[in-house]
Ligand binder design. Structure first.
Ligand SMILES: Nc1ncnc2c1ncn2[C@@H]1O[C@H](COP(=O)(O)OP(=O)(O)O)[C@@H](O)[C@H]1O
Ligand SMILES: [Mg+2]
Length: 315
């Protein structure tokens, strides 16, 4: 029997498709009652991993425990894991409301009166409850898929790229619904190829690249472990700033051409403590610092570095 505090525990998890190694010895501990983000570039293995959590596929090797039990072993009572990969399975010719009723029946559920209206409101689809799903946008389908999952009252909710196609209002509904679930102790695991999506919602993040875990832990730790980042500095005297920056140990000048001409921003690459030191040195030298901002947000930079992708603008 596994650790009850862990919603997901994986050791050496491997999954191949022919010659392609989609998951290559994945080890993972995901704590219960939190919102976990799964990040990685296209082809990293996110969908494959989520499919294993949902029991849609079987691993080729390793161990996987979900909600304290090895996957595949039938759980007594109602399904405790819900979600979808590659978009929710819906009936296009039925309305949103009828989809919920039909899918509840499929999962052997008889939702209490009013529950369907509740989940429609949760995901912001009340106004289109009686419209056929055929005419729904991708974002509306994603939200209906979430509503279907909510109906089953899972302890673990698994969502593959749930932000795809969501407009800002749709995103607010989805984020709100997921936060309320986590407050109620439900564990959420969701994937995205965009770090900014996960940053807004997740307490913990796992970064996958080429089927391997590159980082797994709290978001703050990812930011703190972040490598050197490019910062853009706006100063009162770009030329003087360039001269000062060139003399601070650990600072690399990335673009100073405009600064050299006495105009524009100075871009330097440095660790966070070094940039703090640079600002102090500039101010001490009488150069006013108007703005210091990372060119790429630090979490995004960490993600790009861990997944062997280049920062934009880097040669
Ligand atoms: N059903 C499949 N048949 C063959 N190859 C697959 C299949 N599913 C995934 N793959 C391959 O496994 C790797 C990981 O895919 P996937 O898990 O979909 O990545 P992600 O969701 O991170 O984009 C990719 O190289 C992909 O082409
Ligand atoms: Mg995918």
């Amino acid at each position: 029997m596994g650790d009850a505090q862990l919603a997901v525990r994986a050791r050496g998890l491997t999954k191949c498709f022919g010659d392609v190694v989609a998951l290559d010895g994945v080890g993972l501990d995901l704590a219960s009652g939190r919102i976990h983000g799964l990040a990685g570039p296209n082809g990293a293995g996110k969908t494959t991993l989520l499919g294993l959590l949902l029991g849609l596929a079987v691993a080729d090797g390793g161990e996987l425990e979900v909600l304290g039990r090895p996957v595949g072993r039938a759980l007594a009572g109602p399904r405790q894991v819900a979600g979808f990969v590659d978009g929710p399975g819906l009936y296009p010719s039925l309305t949103a409301r009828k989809n919920l009723a039909a899918l509840a029946a499929l999962h052997g559920r008889d939702p209490r009166a009013g529950r369907i209206d509740e989940v429609l409101a949760e995901v912001g689809l009340t106004d289109v409850a009686d419209d056929r799903v055929r005419g729904f946008s991708l974002g509306m389908r994603q939200r209906l898929g979430l509503a279907v999952a909510l109906l089953t009252e899972p302890r673990l909710l698994v969502l593959d790229e749930p932000s795809n196609g969501l407009d800002p209002a749709g995103k607010q509904h989805v984020h709100g619904a997921l936060r309320r679930l986590a407050e109620d102790g439900v564990t959420v695991v969701l994937s995205s190829h965009r770090m900014d999506d996960l940053e807004a919602l997740c307490s913990d993040v796992t970064i996958l690249a080429a089927g391997r875990v590159r980082f797994s832990g709290p978001l703050e730790k990812l930011a703190a472990d972040s490598p050197e980042v490019d910062y853009r500095l706006l100063t009162s005297d770009p030329q003087a700033a360039l001269t000062v920056a060139a003399e601070v140990a650990g600072v690399r000048i990335v673009t100073g051409a405009a600064a050299r001409r006495g105009a524009g921003a100075l871009v330097v690459r440095a660790s966070a403590p070094t940039v703090e030191q640079l600002v102090g040195t500039l101010v001490h030298a009488g150069v006013g610092v108007r703005e210091v901002a990372p060119v790429v947000p630090p979490l995004e930079a960490a993600f790009l570095a861990l997944t062997d992708q280049q920062q934009e603008g880097e040669r």
